[in-house]
Structure formats: structure tokens, C-alpha cells
Design a protein around this ligand. Structure first.
Ligand SMILES: NC(=O)c1ccc[n+]([C@@H]2O[C@H](COP(=O)([O-])OP(=O)(O)OC[C@H]3O[C@@H](n4cnc5c(N)ncnc54)[C@H](O)[C@@H]3O)[C@@H](O)[C@H]2O)c1
Ligand SMILES: O=C(O)C(=O)C[C@@H](O)[C@H](O)[C@H](O)COP(=O)(O)O
Ligand SMILES: [Zn+2]
Length: 338
């Protein structure tokens, strides 16, 4: 799996020297171009910047067309190298476009949000949203390398840190009680390289054991069946949520389901939801939308043979996967978060 380097940004020079390439491209959105590209560009040789519009609503086929067109117009060949500079939207779509352009060119991820540093840039899941479904079209496709540096947090809006914090808490809940405690002690305002490294290590260990999500990797999806459905339901509305905000709520809902199924103790359930409610706010969703949310859950990639499967918690620090969940329990879980 890709190596994750916690190094100065100048380290990109070594990475580029070690990967033979014909042309260099940098993919950014308007925010990463404004705030992050100036920190990097002096370390890059001759290159072309490809810019797409920021945000989940642009993690689409239209943005792929823009990227594939830019590569084609520059006559990029199969030895071209793409640097994905941005948050999870950029690393997801950049990895997907690189993996499909001329059947695959190589790419490096330089994640610039907390969320993309601890989660999205690591583990080779790439893709785009399709119609209304999250990450519906995609590839498992490894970056050549991932370069992480918290210097990018300086320009990151506070709510983006809180969004990334959700995935760190998730890593603790599913696999490492100490990380959960360390994250709670740390709070959501400032993140050391050390805490980011801890979180990345948890994800790496899970991915290494099951790179293409045949089994154990599904635990990384805790909070995501309901979280993704809420995220999608509110996309393009005035109540839109960031990915991590939706996953924070998804984790509350799925912790409730874990408890209701007798997997998680009442005591640990209370501890978890008390902490998560300090951070994440109830979404603005009408009860009339429950059917729509359940319809979205039915497109989740963990489902099989018409059965809705979730990854749930047994303890703080231990998760299990492929647990069938009845629709009535999703209604009850939604009642808990509204
Ligand atoms: N592939 C995976 O394993 C994986 C894991 C988790 C999440 N994801 C995906 O990642 C996406 C969410 O990623 P995200 O939270 O990074 O969102 P994002 O990419 O939309 O970035 C959030 C916002 O921050 C801006 N930004 C980025 N870096 C900045 C900086 N340093 N300073 C100022 N602004 C900056 C972006 O332009 C954007 O407006 C979702 O699409 C989610 O599905 C993928
Ligand atoms: O890496 C994984 O595996 C994850 O599930 C990490 C999630 O945080 C991430 O949001 C991922 O993109 C979700 O994948 P999906 O398969 O549910 O689309
Ligand atoms: Zn996620």
C-alpha cells in the first residue's frame, strides 16, 4: 500500500525525483489553489495546474470530464504524473481520473484538510458520486505516495477540522480505545502530527489486512450507512452537512443500533453519544424524509442479496461487520438523532 510520509513539503522534490515521469500536473480546487498551492509550487518543476470547483456537489462526472479533457489537451501520456492537492473531494476524484485516464497514470496525494489527511488520501478508495449516490462509481487505486503536513490547517475553516475529527473518533471507536480517549482529550481545535499519525496508522492497519473490502475493512464504514444517506439527502439544500458532520450523526444512529441489538452495552452507548452530541448537531430533517433516507441506505455498498448490512460496535475500540439491520431499527435510530 502507498507509503504515507509525514515530512516537510520540500519532500515532494525527492518524491518527484524517485518517480520517472514525462509531464507533471497538479489538481486543485479554488481553495486549495489559493491557500495550499503557493506553499508547494516552488518545490515543483514545470507543471500544469488543473482546477475544478470545490465541494461535494462537484465530485461528479462533469468534473471528471474537465480533468480528462485537460490531460488530453496537454497530450499527457501514460508516464504523466498527477499531484492531487486538496481535501477528500480532490483525492477521491483525482485518484479516480488518474486511475482511468489511458487505463491509468500514477498520482501522489497531498491532502490539505484534516479529514483527507487522516482518512481520504490513505487506502486507495477513489471515486465520484453518481446521480444521487455517494462514491457510486470508483476504483481501488493506490497513490504512489501520500505526503501529510499539518501546515495546511492554518487556513482551514474551523468546521472543516470538526469534520475531520469525526473520522478520527471513528478510528478510535472501531479499533483503538486509547485513540478515542486521546482524541477526546485533544479536542477539535488543533491537531499534532503525532495524533494524525496515530489515526492514519489505525486506518493503514485495517486496509493492509483487507485492501479491497472483502471483510474487515468494512469496519472503517461504521457510521456511514446512515451518515452517507443523511449527507446525500441534505446535499444542495440550505441544511447541507460536511462529510464528517454527517458521519458524526451516523455514528450516533449506528451506536444506537449497536446497543439495540445487544452488541454494545448501555453504559458505553451513553458514553459515546454524550461525547458525540457535544460536537455534532441534530440535522434539519423532517420525519417525512425517513423513507427517502432508507431508500438511500439500500444503495450502500455493504449490502448483499437485498439485505441491509451495517458495521456496528461491540465495545469502544471494537467493531464488527456484516450485521443485517431491519428497517424499523433505522426509523428508531433516526428518531434518536432528530
Ligand atoms: N477515499 C476515502 O477513503 C475517503 C475517506 C473519507 C472521506 N472521503 C471523501 O472525502 C470527501 C470529504 O473530504 P473533505 O472533508 O476534505 O472535503 P473537501 O475536499 O470538500 O474539502 C473541504 C473544503 O476545504 C477546502 N480546503 C481544502 N484544503 C484547504 C486548506 N488547507 N485551507 C482552506 N481551505 C481548504 C476545500 O476547497 C473545500 O471547500 C467526501 O467526498 C468523502 O466522501 C473519502
Ligand atoms: O476507507 C474506507 O474503507 C472507508 O470506508 C472510509 C470512509 O471514511 C470513507 O468515507 C469512504 O469513502 C466510504 O466508502 P464507501 O465505500 O462507503 O463509499
Ligand atoms: Zn468517511
Amino acid at each position: 500500500m502507498s507509503k504515507v510520509y509525514f515530512e516537510e513539503l520540500s519532500y515532494i522534490e525527492e518524491l518527484l525525483a524517485s518517480i520517472e515521469h514525462s509531464q507533471l500536473f497538479v489538481l486543485a480546487d479554488e481553495n486549495s489553489k489559493e491557500h495550499c498551492y503557493p506553499l508547494l509550487k516552488n518545490h515543483l518543476e514545470h507543471h500544469q495546474v488543473i482546477e475544478i470547483a470545490s465541494g461535494e456537489k462537484h465530485k461528479t462526472l462533469d468534473s471528471c470530464n474537465l480533468i480528462w479533457n485537460a490531460l488530453t489537451n496537454a497530450t499527457a501520456d501514460r508516464k504523466a504524473l498527477l499531484v492531487n492537492l486538496g481535501g477528500g473531494v480532490i483525492t477521491d476524484i483525482g485518484g479516480f481520473c488518474a486511475g482511468t485516464y489511458k487505463r491509468g497514470i500514477r498520482f501522489i496525494n497531498i491532502p490539505t484538510t484534516l479529514l483527507s489527511q487522516v482518512d481520504a488520501s490513505v487506502g486507495a478508495k477513489t471515486g465520484i458520486d453518481y446521480n444521487e449516490y455517494k462514491n457510486h462509481i470508483g476504483l481501488f487505486c493506490e497513490a504512489e505516495a501520500v505526503l501529510v503536513n499539518p501546515i495546511f490547517h492554518k487556513t482551514l475553516p474551523k468546521e472543516q477540522l470538526v469534520s475531520g475529527y469525526a473520522e478520527m473518533l471513528k478510528h478510535g471507536l472501531i479499533a483503538d480505545e486509547k485513540h478515542w480517549q486521546d482524541c477526546l482529550e485533544n479536542g477539535s481545535e488543533k491537531f499534532s502530527n503525532e495524533l494524525i499519525q496515530q489515526s492514519v496508522k489505525i486506518k493503514e492497519d485495517v486496509v493492509k489486512s483487507d485492501p479491497t473490502e472483502k471483510g474487515l475493512r468494512k469496519i472503517l464504514n461504521f457510521g456511514h450507512t446512515i451518515g452517507h444517506a443523511i449527507e446525500t439527502h441534505l446535499l444542495n439544500t440550505e441544511n447541507e452537512l460536511l462529510h464528517g458532520e454527517a458521519i458524526g450523526l451516523g455514528m450516533i444512529a449506528e451506536a444506537y443500533i449497536s446497543k439495540s441489538k445487544g452488541l454494545l452495552s448501555e453504559q458505553e452507548y451513553k458514553l459515546i453519544v454524550e461525547e458525540l452530541w457535544k460536537i455534532y448537531k441534530s440535522p434539519k430533517i423532517e420525519k417525512a424524509s425517513y423513507a427517502e433516507i432508507k431508500r438511500l441506505c439500500k444503495q450502500d455498498k455493504k449490502n448483499q442479496n437485498g439485505e441491509l448490512n451495517m458495521s456496528l460496535l461491540k465495545n469502544i475500540g471494537q467493531a464488527i461487520y456484516d450485521i443485517p439491520v431491519e428497517e424499523e431499527l433505522i426509523d428508531q435510530a433516526l428518531n434518536e438523532i432528530l
